[in-house]
Design a protein around this ligand. Structure first.
Ligand code: GLN
Length: 447
């Protein structure tokens, strides 16, 4: 708590520190130690953990970094948060993010940006920027983030920590404010691969409250020590030659590829011919789902209510005008256009077809490889305000988005500092659906 109070004045990763809850949970751990039952507690007993502010924790605010939900106090706890509490974690608080998870820099938060602990002039990435920065600054041992198009992996890379987006359906989304329901997935940020695997053991599994969640009995730590000898690792030449990929990132990723080969893995060149359409498909599907999901923030069912209106229409208009920031409005307007009559057939339907093609690309690749290794983001953390154009910001996710579209697992693994910027670089490891242990195994070998 003292470390958060001191260091977070500069980093601003926390929106709320839940001091009383953390102390109460710590008292339970102390008590268990005193009476000799500590061994019966869960794997996270006494471990400080914090949560992205789109996850409900009963009795605390869930703001999604939006004025719209500034005063929303959650009446219940999300399954992913509950599982951490059940495992004995100390809930330290709620973490900053891009508003409603729209963004790649945490600059769209209504409550001010989070700063990158490696260089306070630079962004931590986003949308789970607070979750990545809190771990990088050593404020907590693990955090939860959510990833719709790259929001765990890209900030993981920018802050030099492990960030894992599990296969869609591995972790329950119940109690997590929805952005794109068919793309969203919750996952951990940690400082080590083993910690990420332990967090996955806590988080994974079927939840009757989320019909897309799947049963899971895997032990994610089981083959961390096996090494990569004999594994077939896919590399994607098109990604390595992509326009916009900086030399320092290309260099580090090439080094990691050489390293896994030196450790005995077999490199296999693969082709993901439709991956280049992933960005276009995502910016149809994502905003369409967001438009639908954000309809509930209408000042009546949920959210800020602008006072003094005498008819419902003007109350809706004024409340949403004040409550939502610019990027949220952009997504809502885009989604509402894309789903309107006459337009729907031209964009939404083809985007779903592209989705099938991308999924098939990955399925074919996984006949030849056990894991794929690519860059996470085209560049290292940029300076505040450096990227002003929204479409340029969207390119931050050029290597991560196709994985959400296909639904398989992806993670970001730090591999050192870029030569030019001196900032952390991550490589992305991608696994076949429900074989997330494969990528953890490769990550452990690179550690
Ligand atoms: N940066 C992407 C977007 O703005 C992805 C965000 C996310 O994964 N939540 O949509």
């Amino acid at each position: 708590l003292a470390r958060i109070a001191e260091a977070d004045q500069q980093v601003h990763s926390f929106l709320e520190v839940t001091e009383q809850m953390a102390l109460a949970a710590a008292a339970q751990v102390d008590k268990a130690i005193a009476v000799g039952t500590f061994g019966e507690m869960g794997i996270l007993a006494g471990v400080p953990v914090a949560f992205k502010d789109n996850m409900n924790l009963e009795g605390t605010r869930t703001t999604c970094s939006s004025r719209m939900l500034e005063n929303y106090v959650s009446p219940y706890t999300a399954t992913c948060v509950e599982k951490c509490l059940q495992a004995g974690a100390l809930p330290m608080g709620k973490l900053n993010m891009d508003e409603f998870a729209f963004g790649s820099s945490t600059e769209t938060s209504a409550f001010g940006p989070t700063r990158n602990p490696w260089d306070l002039q630079r962004v931590p990435g986003g949308s789970s920027g607070g979750s990545a920065a809190a771990v990088a600054a050593g404020l907590v041992c693990a955090t939860l983030g959510s990833d719709t198009g790259g929001s765990i992996r890209q900030p993981g890379a920018f802050c030099g920590v492990v960030g894992l987006k599990p296969t869609y359906g591995t972790v329950s989304r119940y109690g997590v404010v929805a952005f794109g329901s068919s793309l969203d997935q919750v996952g951990p940020f940690t400082r080590s691969v083993e910690d990420a695997a332990l967090m996955m053991n806590v988080l994974a599994g079927r939840d009757p409250l989320d019909c897309t969640s799947q049963p899971c009995s895997a032990d994610f730590t089981a083959n961390l020590a096996e090494g990569v000898r004999g594994m077939r690792i896919g590399v994607v030449p098109e990604f390595m030659e992509a326009k916009g990929l900086t030399d320092e990132v290309r260099q580090k990723v090439a080094d990691a590829i050489k390293q896994v080969e030196a450790l005995g893995a077999q490199l296999v060149e693969i082709d993901l011919p439709h991956a280049r359409a992933a960005m276009s498909a995502y910016y149809v599907l994502g905003p369409s789902e967001a438009f639908s999901n954000l309809a509930r923030f209408d000042s009546v069912r949920y959210g800020y209510c602008d006072p003094g209106h005498t008819d419902l229409g003007s109350q809706y208009d004024a409340s949403r005008a004040v409550g939502f920031g610019a990027e949220a409005k952009r997504r809502i307007m885009l989604g509402s256009y894309l789903l309107s009559a006459g337009v729907y057939d031209k964009y939404y339907y083809p985007a779903q077809q592209v989705r099938t093609l991308i999924t098939q690309d990955y399925q074919q690749a996984y006949e030849k490889v056990d894991c794929i290794l690519t860059p996470v983001a085209p560049r290292t953390a940029f300076k505040f305000g450096e990227i002003g154009d929204p479409t340029e910001m969207y390119l931050s996710d050029m290597f991560t988005i196709s994985i959400n579209i296909a639904g398989n697992g992806g993670m970001s693994m730090p591999v050192g500092l870029g030569e030019a910027s001196g900032m952390p670089v991550g490589v992305q490891l991608i696994s076949p659906a429900f074989h997330d242990a494969n990528m953890l195994r490769v990550a452990a070998a690179l550690e």
